[in-house]
Ligand binder design. Structure first.
Ligand code: ADP
Ligand code: MG
Length: 711
């Protein structure tokens, strides 16, 4: 017998319309299928029977065999409670009811062996169990039950309205009875036998009613694998569709700009990782598909030069290139740096930000449209409609996590217009390279950016000294100040950063100013010069202060997190982070990356108050322990969970039913590998043995228009 799994949950025996409403609202269960995919959070071992003298005060669920030897009623504030004495050959305990007492007293038989199941507590000096599940031992032995009792996800409303875990188990049982426990297979036979995966029916049965812990782990493995496999399949197909549908601009050659720069001007040898990544980018640009690549590399790993050399590839093929950065300061810095590199090559380059003057803007707009301008650097100002390129071939986004999806997709439309015969003059998207110094843990990247190609720079330029990080409490401030003085005497520069968080902006601002005052007192002019930069200053003032620090006219830079991103002052070797407990791990790591850019030993000092939460402690310890951005990202993922890290934007991908993106890392890699292989041998899922994959895939994607994902 088989049932249609798309049947509304109302039609399951024992559910009915009011329970169905609750299941829909509270657990999102609409159909039989949804119910079958409600997986237990945990299991209770029901193979073990406790003797009363073995009970412990753990509030755990246990089962005890014994006899009821008597009842008594105890008056209490409101109404009364019914208490039964429950006894085995090792001692006595109490069973307690606050409701339904009449019925219970009538239905329970004295001096017959029962199995009592429930949470065990201590009251007075006796163990007691409130509202236990009671079953006569005779009946208990006859019932088929799983050794491990599932505990399903629940909500307060559900349990208040009578849908207890027991009821959920019963409903689930009903579904298995109605369906005969037979469910359509969703993975191909050959894959299952190769990977030793149990059948779908057996997996579903054993995840809901495990016969043994071995079968339970097999069931969980199979279902986790399946879940991750289909997510990866979707992502990889999306990527393939993209490559076949979205034609790329042909960068056929590596030309003079690139070659001259590489052989005559490159100020240092590229690291192995930089070379590898450039090759990956070159391969993309030379293919017929549009590049859509994420470049991850820790702070200071040298992404900028990779970006610049990629731009040279565009220029060599007669295209323009642009680089967008999230802040004015960072754009200016990129512009200044790249301008130097462009000069000897006679490349025209401009900067466009919110504070560019109207006359400048006009010139930029013009020279962009007539093609005189080859490279444009800027903030999101370059997304404005007025900014039109003659033939943009490559768009690079630095610190991409700072931009929204909508902003990034605007870049897509800045490409050159295709010849009218192809698609009514629609634009051809430029190649896209997005860069980030906030490493995304590999597992998460696979799931969230599985449709992008990913390059990783996992090697720092040679000669860098690892930054020494320490954690100091506010009361050690005098020592810290002494240390600052010594470093300044050696000719170094110092950052002191204060948190700035939207909700408490006013107070943060006050903290910053108080901090500035006290530093100004301890480091008096004229011996010491201090810069201050924060979000409430005019861009021109900010830039002025920044420049004073960059030129070495000031030794101390007091700032809010505006300096977090990308700022490069090699002589600055000390980063002091005030109220470090208020920063997230990735932000702390970003901030620390501002130092350690020169030849000198650099330091990062994390200042906190004395009282720290467990999470804050972990964050400080992690920072002190390691400089590896990927390791930090993994800890961050464990502390905050994937949703928080990626924002709600991609949470759909992460809405996993059974797999855990952190713990099931290995299964994920496995699943991605299998999905890739399958599509390699059968790209259209046309082989008869893969019919089952195609069908499942269609089922899963039926509400998504996957062809239309570019917004
Ligand atoms: P990030 O990846 O954080 O953007 P940058 O591109 O700003 O890092 O590079 C950091 C510093 O390292 C810059 O001063 C840059 O000139 C230098 N750099 C980059 N690559 C190398 C290399 N291969 N050898 C030596 N120095 C390098
Ligand atoms: Mg950078």
């Amino acid at each position: 017998m088989s049932v249609n799994l798309q049947t509304p949950i109302d039609y399951l025996k024992g559910v009915g319309s009011s329970r169905a409403d609750l299941l829909r609202k509270e657990l999102g269960i609409h159909t039989f299928q949804d119910l079958i995919n409600l997986f237990p959070n945990r299991y209770i071992d029901r193979t073990r029977y406790y003797k009363i003298n073995e009970l412990q005060q753990t509030n755990a669920e246990v089962q005890v065999i014994g006899k009821i030897t008597g009842f008594k009623e105890v008056a209490q504030k409101r109404g009364k409670r019914l208490v039964a004495t429950f006894q085995d050959n090792t001692g006595t305990m109490e069973l307690v009811w606050f409701r339904g007492q009449k019925w219970i007293r009538e239905s329970l038989k004295a001096n017959k062996p029962y199995v009592a199941f429930g949470k065990c507590n201590v009251f007075g000096n006796k163990f007691s169990m409130a509202h236990p599940d009671l079953e006569l031992v005779e009946a208990h032995e006859k019932n088929i039950r799983s050794a491990m009792q599932p505990v399903y996800p629940s909500t307060e409303k559900l349990s208040n309205r009578g849908i207890s875990n027991r009821v959920l188990c019963k409903i689930m049982q009903q579904l298995f009875i109605d369906s005969g426990g037979k469910f359509a297979e969703t993975l191909p036979e050959n894959m299952r036998s190769e990977l030793h995966l149990i059948s779908k029916s057996s997996a579903l049965f054993n995840v809901h009613f495990p016969k043994s812990s071995e079968l339970l782990s097999k069931a969980q493995f199979r279902l986790k694998f399946e879940e991750l496999f289909y997510i990866q399949l979707q992502l990889i197909i999306k990527n393939l569709v993209h490559k076949s549908k979205i034609k790329g601009l042909p960068f056929t050659k590596v030309g003079d700009y690139f070659n001259t720069f590489f052989s005559e001007q490159l100020p240092f040898d590229l690291t192995g990782a930089q070379k590898r990544v450039l090759k990956e980018i070159r391969a993309d640009l030379g293919s017929n598909a549009q590049m859509n690549r994420l470049l991850q590399g820790d702070v200071g790993s040298g992404k900028t030069i990779v970006a610049f050399m990629s731009m040279l590839m565009a220029l060599d093929n007669g295209f323009q290139a642009c680089l967008m950065a999230p802040t004015e300061i960072l754009s200016v810095q990129h512009f200044n740096g790249l301008q130097e590199l462009c000069k000897p090559l006679n490349i025209s380059i401009s900067l466009l930000t919110g504070s560019s003057k109207t006359s400048e803007r006009r010139k930029i707009h013009e020279s962009l449209e007539n093609g005189e301008l080859q490279i444009l650097i800027g903030t999101h100002a370059l997304l404005e409609d007025k900014v039109k390129f003659k033939n943009l071939g490559l768009a690079i986004v630095d610190e991409q996590h700072r931009f929204g999806v909508a902003q990034r997709s605007k870049l897509w439309r800045k490409g050159p217009t295709s010849p009218p015969q192809s698609s009514q003059g629609a634009s051809i998207p430029p190649h896209i390279l997005v860069m980030t110094a906030t490493p995304i843990p590999r597992t998460l990247a696979m799931s969230v950016y599985g449709d992008l190609d990913i390059s990783i720079i996992d090697e720092l330029p040679p000669g860098r000294k690892a930054i020494k990080t320490v954690h100091r409490f506010d009361k050690n401030r005098l020592n810290v100040f002494r240390f600052i003085r010594d470093e300044i005497d050696k000719g170094r520069q110092i950052y002191i950063v204060y948190p700035l968080i939207q909700e408490s902006e006013k107070m943060d601002y006050k903290d910053l100013m108080d901090g500035y005052d006290s530093i100004a007192r301890d480091f008096p002019m004229p011996k010491y010069q201090i810069s201050i930069v924060h979000g409430q200053m005019k861009p021109a003032d900010k830039e002025f202060e920044m420049q004073r620090f960059i030129k070495g006219e000031t030794q101390i830079m007091v700032a809010t997190t505006v300096i977090e991103v990308g700022v490069n002052v090699p002589n600055a070797s000390v980063m002091i982070i005030e109220s470090a407990e208020r920063f997230g791990l990735s932000q702390l790591h970003q901030l620390r990356g501002r130092v350690g850019r020169g030849a000198e030993q650099s330091y990062c000092i994390l200042m906190t108050g004395h009282k720290l939460s467990a999470d804050s402690k972990t964050r400080m310890e992690t920072m002190v322990r390691t400089n590896d951005g990927f390791e930090i990202a993994e800890v961050d993922l464990r502390l905050r969970g994937p949703g928080d890290i990626m924002g709600t934007q991609q949470s759909g991908v992460l809405n996993l039913k059974i797999a855990d993106i952190i713990k099931d890392n290995d299964i994920l890699k496995h699943a991605r590998h299998q999905a890739k292989n399958l599509l390699k041998t059968d790209p259209k899922l046309a082989l008869p043995e893969n019919q089952v994959v195609l069908n499942t895939y269609k089922q899963l994607t039926r509400f998504k228009n996957i062809w239309n994902y570019i917004s």
